[in-house]
Ligand binder design. Structure first.
Ligand code: ATP
Length: 268
C-alpha cells in the first residue's frame, strides 16, 4: 500500500545473538530497548528516550541487523525504508511518503522506523539548494521528528556510510540524539561472525580453521565474511552432489573461499 515494508515473524527474527562483535553498539542499543520496555524506570530519573539513533560506519557491518534486532528485542513493529525511496522526481511525493510513514508508525503501539542510507535524503541543504524537492523532504522528516513525543513509542534509527555529509539539523538534540559508530570487525569479532554463520549450516570446520580465516581476513566486513561462509557451503554442496562424502563445510573449503575473496578484494 505504500513504499514501507513491514517485517514480522520468524523470517526476520534477528536477535543480538545473531550479530557478531559490535559489543559497544549492542550495549548502547540495549539501553534504548530497556527504556522502550520499561519507560517508567527511566522517566522517573528525568531521562528522555532518544528520538533518533544514528548508526554510522562502513557498508555491510551489521547496521540493518542491529536495527532489526532492536525492534525484535523490544517487541516493536519495524518499518524499513531507504533514504532513496523518498527522493522522487514528482513534486510533493517525498514529503508525502515521510508523512505516511510516520502515520503508519503512530498506528502501532511501539515502532522502530529504520531509514537506511539516510544521507541520500539528509545531505546538507545549502550544498544542494538547487533541489527544492529534496529540501522539502528533509524538512518534513525534521518536522515529523519534532512532532512526536519521546514517550509515544516511536524511535527512528538511521544508518549511513557518510555521516560527514548529513545536514547538521539532523544531528541536533531532539533528532538523532545518539550516534553510534560501527567499525569493521577485529580478529576476535571476525571469529564470532564466522561462527554465527557456520552455526546455521552443516559444518566440520574446527575452531583452528575459524581462527585461520579470521587471521587473514583483515578489513573484511560482516557481509563479506558471511559471503565466504556461503561460498564454502556451495563447495560442500557440490561435493555432496557428487556423492563424495558428506556435504559438510570443511576447513579447506572455507580457507580456499577466504583466499579467493582476498584476491578478489585486492583486484577490485
Ligand atoms: P549497508 O551499510 O550496506 O546497508 P549494513 O551495515 O546495514 O550495510 P547489514 O545489512 O546489517 O549491513 O549486513 C548485511 C549482511 O551481512 C547481514 O545480513 C549478515 O548476513 C552479514 N553481517 C554483517 N554484519 C554482521 C555481524 N556483525 N554479525 C553477523 N552477520 C553480519
Amino acid at each position: 500500500k505504500n513504499s514501507n515494508h513491514l517485517f514480522q515473524g520468524d523470517e526476520n527474527m534477528v536477535l543480538f545473538s545473531d550479530i557478531g562483535g559490535n559489543e559497544f553498539a549492542k550495549s548502547s542499543l540495549q539501553e534504548i530497548i530497556d527504556y522502550i520496555k520499561s519507560p517508567d524506570d527511566y522517566s522517573s530519573y528525568g531521562i528522555r528516550l532518544p528520538k533518533g539513533v544514528l548508526l554510522y560506519g562502513p557498508p555491510g557491518t551489521g547496521k540493518t541487523l542491529l536495527a532489526k534486532a532492536v525492534a525484535n528485542e523490544c517487541g516493536a513493529n519495524f518499518l524499513y525504508t531507504c533514504g532513496s525511496d523518498f527522493v522522487e522526481i514528482f513534486v510533493g511525493q517525498g514529503p508525502k511518503r515521510i508523512r505516511e510513514m510516520f502515520k503508519e508508525a503512530r498506528s502501532y503501539k511501539k515502532c522502530i522506523i529504520f531509514i537506511d542510507e539516510i544521507d541520500s535524503l539528509g545531505y546538507e541543504r545549502n550544498k544542494q539548494s538547487l533541489c527544492k524537492e529534496a529540501d522539502n523532504t528533509l524538512n518534513q522528516l525534521l518536522s515529523e521528528m519534532d512532532g512526536f513525543q519521546e514517550s509515544k513509542g516511536i524511535t527512528v534509527i538511521g544508518a549511513t556510510n557518510q555521516p560527514d555529509i548529513l545536514d547538521k539539523a539532523l544531528l541536533r538534540p531532539g533528532r538523532f540524539d545518539r550516534k553510534i559508530k560501527i567499525n569493521l570487525p577485529e580478529k576476535a569479532e571476525r571469529c564470532d561472525i564466522l561462527n554465527i554463520h557456520l552455526s546455521k549450516r552443516m559444518t566440520d570446520v574446527t575452531q583452528e580453521g575459524v581462527q585461520e580465516v579470521a587471521e587473514i581476513t583483515k578489513n573484511f566486513s560482516g557481509s563479506e565474511l558471511e559471503n565466504i561462509v556461503n561460498e564454502a557451503s556451495f563447495a560442500a554442496y557440490r561435493r555432496a552432489r557428487k556423492n563424495i562424502r558428506q556435504g559438510k563445510i570443511r576447513n579447506d573449503d572455507i580457507k580456499e573461499c577466504a583466499q579467493r575473496a582476498i584476491q578478489e578484494k585486492e583486484s577490485l
